[in-house]
Write a protein that binds this ligand. Sequence first.
Ligand code: SAM
Length: 178
Amino acid sequence: MLTPLQMVHEFLSDISQDAVVVDATMGQGYDTVFLARLSDHVFAFDVQEVALVTTRQRLSEQELTAELILDGHENLDLYIKQPVDAAIFNLGYLPQSDKSIITHGQTTLAALTKLLALLVRGGRIGMMVYYGHDGGVEERDEVLAFVMALPQNAYHVMRYGGINQAHQPPFSLLIEKR
Ligand code: SAM
């Protein structure tokens, strides 16, 4: 059975080499590496320098490239002018780092709104929603309210996650532009 993160990766696995793709939350770079294996045009964002250092190292070990941007994903339109084929978000905080630096509903939704406008028809966005930390429930609820209100004739939106797990099991949101 797929975990929610594996489901996101499966959802994005058809990305082609010339696709324009975005890692909205670089963190330790695992998703950036996943995307850079598929595409030559990866834009990855994080607000923490440590994320760029770790990700740069991880990419170079695998002889992969991506454009690493030290800025919030809510500013992605300053860097990306072309249509976008796919994007990934991994909400929450950077593991083994400052747990007070988290993603927030307002900026996450600003980025999501900009990405949806840039997304090609058939383009996909996969989002991992973690909400066990302080501020996580608020962001989860803001994101859920937003995606549940996306017009059905313009977007397919699916949710995937365990429903019999203890604590706050993460789930994924899968969005496809029609
Ligand atoms: N995808 C990452 C990986 O594979 O390791 C994990 C991401 S981690 C759960 C969330 C990241 O979002 C943190 O590194 C944090 O610094 C970053 N972040 C917080 N606010 C952000 C923002 N406005 N724009 C971009 N990244 C942000």
